[in-house]
Design a protein around this ligand. Structure first.
Ligand code: GLN
Length: 429
């Protein structure tokens, strides 16, 4: 059988191909020459599958889509405090190249506008890194996100530098507030070079999937940045990634995203997929016209809006029944799926409401796929309280989904690989 997913993507492209509104970015002369007919869409799953349609390997410059990734590198290299000291996380609702800084501190409002991104660039690599060292870190870091070595388009870089008066002005303002401590011209050169890295829609989808996958590149298996960094980056993307169109995007599409003036657009849906589109014509916000339209379609066709999630709790308790009778009776709570707070609350409630005369209780985790930290603590607390009531508690956990279970403070659990190992249960089944 042929996978229907590339066919779906090709069909989605056919719906937007007639839309020729907007124009390639004009303020960087080299970008104005882009072929406006180029069009691509790529999905990369968090387990390493890549689907695409259209010009998936056509190269273009990453531009502002570099911003979330370089912010991630700065956070990983310098730590949260050092970065937050110099770049805020508040949506500005302004254009990407607005010359705006916080009035007192001179701090850029967020790392997705140019002022914040230029500052984030200066915070990559170890403290005291020289411009070449910073650039090497940016190239190797972004290459790790993409899973292949990326290179700069020197002509786009040179073309942008010739007209970089606005970014240079921003750089000098940042320097006057001591937000930049190096020569602003050199930092803006580095930032512009970062924007000139060549990528394809395929690369961008894998980079987005690395964010969706908590910082591990699903194609190469490499951990690129720690997961708390990814949480920070995705949060900032979801509030500031689309500049002055951020509110429209959050409601219509609901996927943390970032656009670039060369026509690229990425979205990273945590735990599910990275998406990338490429089409050079831009709307007045500087976002790809067809890209925005494709994302709206993807989000509604496939229920990808972040605020639309399945009722996780309802299905966690697969069954709740008693096996055996009298002294041998065991109350069995058979759990399934991924358990987080709401699912664990459901288990707590079943235990409170249904465990009665049974002196033994088994939590069967055989069909559980994941348990987060709060759910783990809640299940162990259930075990501890049941022990204190004088009951024996068993965890049926053949895959060690809940390793080293220690309920603490008088609690006790016996781990078994199969319910039949709980004495007396196998006999009457
Ligand atoms: N290099 C571009 C700039 O700084 C990036 C802007 C963008 O992609 N929105 O102006």
């Amino acid at each position: 059988m042929r996978s229907p997913i590339p066919d779906y993507l090709a069909e989605a492209l056919s719906h937007v191909v007639s839309n020729t509104s907007g124009a390639p970015a004009g303020y960087i002369p080299e970008l104005a020459t882009a072929d406006p007919r180029c069009l691509a869409a790529v999905f990369a799953t968090v387990d390493g599958e890549v689907y695409g349609a259209g010009d998936v390997d056509a190269p273009f410059t990453i531009q502002s889509i570099s911003k979330p990734f370089v912010y991630a590198l700065a956070l990983a290299d310098r730590g949260f405090d050092a970065v937050l000291d110099k770049v805020g996380v508040e949506p500005s609702g302004e254009a990407f190249n607005e010359i705006s800084l916080e009035p007192d501190s001179g701090r850029p409002l967020n790392p997705m506008i140019n002022a914040g991104a230029i500052t984030a660039h200066s915070l990559t690599g170890p403290e005291g890194a020289d411009p070449a060292g910073r650039m090497a870190r940016v190239v190797s870091g972004l290459s790790a996100f993409a899973g292949r070595r990326l290179e700069t388009d020197e002509s786009v870089w040179a073309s942008e530098m010739e007209h970089a008066h606005r970014n240079l002005a921003i750089g000098h303002m940042l320097r006057s507030h001591d937000i930049l401590t190096d020569d602003p011209h050199t930092v803006v050169e580095g930032y512009t070079r970062q924007c000139s890295l060549l990528v394809s829609a395929r690369d961008l989808a894998v980079m987005a999937a690395t964010l969706a996958n908590g910082g591990v590149n699903p194609s190469s298996g490499e951990r690129v940045v720690p997961s708390p960094v990814v949480r920070q980056v995705l949060s900032v993307m979801s509030t500031c990634g689309m500049y002055d169109a951020a509110g429209d995007w959050a409601t219509q599409v609901g996927i943390p995203a970032k656009s670039g003036v060369a026509g690229g657009l990425i979205g990273a849906l945590p735990g599910q997929i990275g998406i990338a589109t490429f089409s050079p014509r831009l709307d007045p916000h500087g976002n790809s016209v067809r890209g925005v339209s494709l994302f709206e379609r993807f989000s509604s066709d496939m229920g990808l809006h972040l605020m639309e999630v399945p009722p996780a709790a309802r299905a966690v308790v697969r069954s709740n029944h008693v096996v055996g009778a009298g002294q041998d009776a065991v109350r069995v709570l058979q759990l399934q799926g991924g358990i987080r707070f709401a699912g664990a609350e459901r288990v707590v409630r079943e235990a409170v409401e249904t465990v009665r005369a049974e002196s033994r209780v088994a939590l069967d985790l055989t069909m559980v796929s994941s348990i987060d930290d709060v759910a783990r603590r809640m299940l162990l607390e259930v075990a501890r309280r049941l022990t204190l009531e004088g009951r024996h508690v068993y965890l049926v956990d053949p895959d060690s989904i809940l390793p080293d279970p220690d309920p603490g403070d008088g609690g006790q659990v016996v781990v078994v690989a199969d319910l039949d190992e709980v004495a007396g249960v196998g006999d009457d089944r």
